[in-house]
Design a protein around this ligand. Structure first.
Ligand SMILES: [Ca+2]
Ligand SMILES: [Ca+2]
Length: 255
């Protein structure tokens, strides 16, 4: 009897160990939290999970820790995806924060090409990225899509309500309308996509990738774009009202 107990205990421990180790190479983790963020208030991130990136793993060592990613946070509410990138030191100089994502609708294939490829140790993206959201320290914010053989700017997000960003010391926050993540413009709870976050820095040779968070997976969580259910509800109510009217007429309740 003792033997069986011991065997079961060993099996349980083995299973636990295997489960913990079942993270594929490159996969940094999974996120999915429904929460509304004020991009100007970091305390609104309380309770949101994040993924830790190694410190001092900057690919280009001439670049300071300004671009050394330490933590990546992600959550969504019914309209926006919120992304927060923490770095080791206060952002200064010319930098870029870049979010590569797969099509949240899962229909349009992307590519593993990077916009900035001249970093010494990285040539390719781990994921099949369809969209790239890039913000530069000069205030420009663009969405790119991968068409044919290259990344093409397709939406200028700089002065639109569809997206916004803010950075405070070493935390960078961006918000992106959920429809911008999907090739059909439609997105639902449970849709998931792989993402990667890169930081880039400009020196005399041009833009260089400085650090990246190897891919993670994000799952859209909570109620999404409530305009759709409301329209559905209104239609159903109208239909029901019409049905009631027809029924009462037929029953000659109205004379
Ligand atoms: Ca890092
Ligand atoms: Ca890294």
């Amino acid at each position: 009897m003792k033997k069986i107990g011991f065997m079961m205990m060993t099996l349980l421990l083995l299973t636990t160990a295997l489960t913990i180790n079942m993270v594929w190479a490159g996969d940094a983790g999974s996120l999915g939290t429904a929460q509304t963020i004020d991009i100007y208030d970091l305390s609104t991130w309380d309770g949101v999970e994040n993924i830790t990136d190694a410190t001092e793993d900057n690919l280009n060592q001439t670049v300071t820790n300004v671009t050394d990613i330490t933590n990546v946070w992600m959550c969504n509410n019914y309209t926006y995806l919120f992304v927060r990138v923490d770095v080791a030191e206060n952002f200064t100089g010319n930098f870029a924060i870049q979010l590569y994502v797969e099509d949240a609708n899962g229909t349009v294939a992307g590519n593993d090409t990077l916009l900035y490829t001249n970093a010494p140790d990285i040539e390719k993206n781990d994921i099949n990225a369809t969209y790239l959201f890039s913000v530069w320290s000069n205030g420009t914010f663009y969405r790119y899509n991968f068409s044919d053989t290259e990344w093409t700017m397709d939406v200028n997000l700089t002065d639109t309500a569809a997206a916004d960003f803010n950075w405070t010391r070493n935390s960078f926050v961006m918000m992106i309308n959920l429809t911008l993540l999907s090739s059909t413009g439609e997105i639902y709870t449970g849709n998931s996509f792989k993402f990667e976050v890169f930081t880039a820095f400009e020196d005399e040779s041009g833009w260089l990738v400085a650090d990246y968070l190897d891919y993670g997976t994000y799952t859209i969580t909570g109620e999404v774009i409530p305009e759709f259910p409301n329209v559905f509800l209104m239609t159903m109510l109208l239909f029901f009202a019409g049905f009631l009217l027809a029924a009462t007429k037929k029953l000659k309740l109205f004379r």
